[in-house]
Design a protein around this ligand. Structure first.
Ligand SMILES: Cc1ncc(COP(=O)(O)O)c(C=O)c1O
Ligand SMILES: N[C@@H](CCCC[NH3+])C(=O)O
Length: 414
């Protein structure tokens, strides 16, 4: 069997389904599978089994309301990084009491909004933010539940742009300062210390960095206990990788049981913030070949999807599998699959063996996470439509943006 995070059977069982979706809704198009989202969420939830825990899906990976709603119906919690994400979670039927709020730069307005909504916990990332949150809570007559995000200084071994747990990264509070800041948090009347958290990076394919971070966090929690600071939960962040190109990341079951094995009887609730592991392989990005073009060096497939729709290849040189929706028999040629945006870096894939003609449809796999959420209107391109496949049925869960929406809020000079 394929690695479970790589199954997209719900979308591939009938390739003509994807073709008919493209015909109905046009391209470029994001297509998600409800069954895959649910299976991935349950894989995490079942992995932790009876140990007290919360799976807080990282909204930044895919914040489409229908996606959030599918997870909310399962009873998921959510990891948010902005007031906008909180609003989406609530709109999609998520419970505020299962929301953790991460992020290095929460504004006063966002703190107020989250306090009014009654979220589970603020993951505070600096001493300055802690003082600010205390003042905001006191002003509103509330007590803010807090966890401190500690930077455990472990090398996640992932792409430098998506590594977060090293001293040189902007995230979290340095381990050396953590105790003093926890003690300060314990004193402030507007705050209630609930937990500790860390998140060391994204797309991790090895267990060891998670285990190293866990060791350091548990040692900190023990030192805090000696000083009278009770930590009720440990939030281990997200970061479990998926298969894009043959990687073999640990299954959620192996990952969770390794972490649980470290708890050694401690009474500590665990919080997980998976984003990519739930959403990436629950989605594909469908694009149509506009033209084929060749020069002395290269063959190009010019497609209607571009870096504004799916920026991961351009931004991180990320590799995502590109396959024809309806394969043609016969010989392949090497193509760079490129979009219409005026940037040399606008590509979805390079040197891909394909047998294609103009008008063929291509599916970029593993696009359910950090796909649409990172899309922009660069080159005044409307953002793609999004569709959810749900068993035999499918639903348009976001319309393609209209060109006239692109200048909403702009004004000419009088
Ligand atoms: C604090 C935090 N939690 C969770 C995530 C989700 O990470 P991933 O999608 O790799 O699971 C991120 C993103 O890296 C993050 O910064
Ligand atoms: N957006 C990144 C991951 C960032 C994770 C968020 N902290 C990606 O596509 O791989």
């Amino acid at each position: 069997m394929d690695h479970f995070l790589y199954q997209q059977d719900e979308l591939y069982a009938e390739q003509c389904t994807v073709a008919s979706l493209a015909e109905t809704y046009g391209t470029p198009l994001y297509v998600y599978s409800r069954a895959t989202l649910e299976r991935h969420w349950h894989a995490f939830d079942n992995a932790v089994a009876d140990h007290p825990h919360m799976i807080c899906y990282a909204v930044k990976a895919n914040s489409n309301l229908a996606v959030l709603n599918v997870l909310a119906r399962l009873g998921s919690g959510f990891d948010i990084v902005s007031g906008g994400e909180l609003a989406r979670v609530l709109e999609a039927g998520g419970e505020a009491s299962k929301v953790v709020f991460s992020g290095v730069g929460k504004t006063v307005a966002e703190m107020e909004m989250a306090l009014e909504a009654g979220i589970y916990c603020f993951n505070v990332e600096s001493a300055a933010e802690l003082e600010q949150l205390n003042l905001v809570a006191l002003r509103l007559g509330k007590v803010a539940p807090v966890s401190l995000r500690v930077n455990p200084d472990v090398d996640a071994g992932t792409h430098p742009y998506i590594s977060t747990g090293l001293k040189e990264n902007k995230f979290g509070i340095a381990m050396e300062e953590a105790e003093a800041i926890f003690l300060r948090a314990n004193e402030l009347p507007g705050l209630a210390v609930k937990g500790a958290d860390c998140h060391i990076g994204s797309q991790l394919t090895e267990l060891q960095p998670f285990l190293d971070a866990m060791d350091r966090m548990l040692a900190l929690i023990d030192r805090l206990a000696e000083q009278g600071v009770k930590i009720a939960h440990l939030d281990v962040g997200g970061g479990l990788g998926v298969t894009y190109d043959g990687e073999q990341p640990p299954e959620p079951s192996a990952y969770a049981s390794a972490l649980l094995g470290k708890l050694a009887g401690r009474d500590l609730k665990l919080i997980f913030e998976p984003g990519r592991a739930i959403a990436a392989n629950a989605g594909i990005f469908v694009t149509q070949v506009l033209y084929l073009k060749e020069n002395a060096e290269k063959n190009f497939a010019l497609v209607d999807g571009a870096m504004n729709d799916l920026i991961r290849p351009s931004l991180y040189s990320a590799w995502q599998k590109i396959i024809p929706v309806v394969p043609r028999p016969g010989e392949t040629r090497q193509y760079d699959v490129v979009g219409p945006v005026c940037e040399t870096g606008d590509f979805l894939g390079k040197d891909r063996a394909l047998n294609i003609r103009a008008n063929d449809l291509l599916a970029v796999r593993s696009s359910g996470a950090y796909g649409f959420t990172m899309a922009s209107n660069y080159n005044s391109r409307p953002r793609a439509a999004e569709v959810m496949v749900d068993g035999e049925r499918h639903y348009l869960v976001r319309e393609r943006e209209k060109v006239a929406q692109l200048w909403q809020g702009e004004q000419l000079l009088p």
